[in-house]
Design a protein around this ligand. Structure first.
Ligand code: FAD
Length: 316
């Protein structure tokens, strides 16, 4: 079922979460171990992130360096199939521009359609470590809006092979939004205009980047509504879990901690204390968002569901 239909049918705020594919070599049980503890809260959909290849240089016998592509995590198709088969819940694969030609994207979408996948979250993806800025595949897409355009075209029966009439797909397309602005955007206003372009191109709902200050989300929703973005905007929350997260999350995701939270984090001496603060803060954020009747709260588990479980127990 489409995410937008789940939202339309719902009488109260829904619960959903995102998982990372496990590192290569781990078995399917490692995926289920992360999902099992959260199923009692009846998620309506489970997102599966996509991770690009990385490049490393290996020295050959002749002393020359060879550039080698390494995939640390598998793709999403098999994992989505496993999730849908075991839990009968909608799995939402993340689809990225980076590393894909339009034809490869089309092929991936055809596979997803055969699987019975109804939703995709369409993203640009970040630059890989060896690139200073994002570089698209030479036959691929530069921005998420272009990828969304391709999925929308397939939804109207227009494929890359334009001489053949093919059956239209029927994907519900999600897009990413940034309450604290995407780090490359000139300002929030241009970022919002590009977000509107994604909705105009066919995105039917938005999932936000994590944020720790609910007022940023509420202001973001208001700003979106002002420029005519009317689709559901699902807040994304991440419970802080470790001492390392304290500096990693703001650095990697370009977000700020509100002062009240940073004061509590500064008192923490170990991971257990950070986890406790993260759960308390997640409960506080979730209660306020639920009271504001948001369509769904989407939790980033980052392969560790225990904190999300502690929060969900209090909220759903
Ligand atoms: P875009 O919407 O293309 O925007 C990228 C930047 O370009 C922004 O600064 C925007 O303002 C600007 N821009 C957009 N359109 C134009 C235009 N036409 N002209 C000029 N500038 C423009 N990454 C992964 O690799 N895998 C994942 O699974 C993944 N999941 C995510 C899930 C969520 C909910 C979120 C919020 C992010 C996720 N990301 C993931 C990270 C995401 O790929 C990065 O944040 C990426 O840098 C931007 O992706 P986007 O889809 O928002 O890009």
């Amino acid at each position: 079922m489409k995410v937008t239909d789940h939202i339309k049918k719902a009488k109260e705020t829904l619960f959903s979460f995102e998982i990372l594919p496990p590192l290569k070599g781990k078995n399917v049980q490692s995926i289920f171990d992360g999902i099992d503890p959260l199923m009692e809260f009846k998620p309506k959909f489970v997102n599966v992130t996509y991770h690009r290849e990385e490049y490393v240089y290996k020295e050959r016998e002749n002393g020359l360096l060879e550039k080698i592509a390494i995939r640390k995590r598998p793709g999403t198709v098999g994992i989505c199939a496993a999730i849908m088969n075991k839990y009968q819940v909608d799995a939402v694969p993340h689809l990225i521009c980076g590393g894909f030609s339009k034809e490869e994207t089309e092929n991936a979408l055809i596979d997803l359609q055969f699987l019975g996948i109804d939703n995709v979250l369409a993203l640009r993806g970040d630059s890989i470590k060896t690139e200073s800025s994002f570089r698209p595949h030479k036959d691929g897409h530069q921005y998420a809006v272009d990828l969304i355009g391709q999925v929308s075209e397939m939804n109207s029966g227009s494929y890359q092979m334009d001489d053949i009439q093919l059956a239209p797909t029927d994907f519900c397309i999600g897009a990413a939004g940034y309450p604290e602005k995407h780090f490359e955007a000139m300002n929030l206003s241009t970022d919002l205009q590009y977000l509107k372009a994604k909705v105009d191109a066919g995105a039917e709902y938005i999932v936000t980047q994590m944020f720790f200050d609910n007022s940023k989300y509420f202001e973001f929703v208001e700003a979106c509504r002002k420029i005519g973005i009317t689709v559901p905007i699902i807040p994304g929350l991440k419970p802080i879990k470790s001492m390392n997260h304290i500096s990693f999350l703001p650095k990697f995701f370009h977000i700020d901690y509100p002062e009240e939270l940073s004061k509590e984090l500064l008192k923490c001496k170990n991971n257990a204390e950070v986890t406790a603060v993260g759960v308390e803060w997640g409960i506080h954020q979730s209660k306020e968002l639920k009271a504001a009747n948001v369509p769904c709260i989407h939790y980033y588990t980052m392969s560790n569901s225990s904190s999300v479980k502690s929060i969900a127990k209090e909220i759903f």
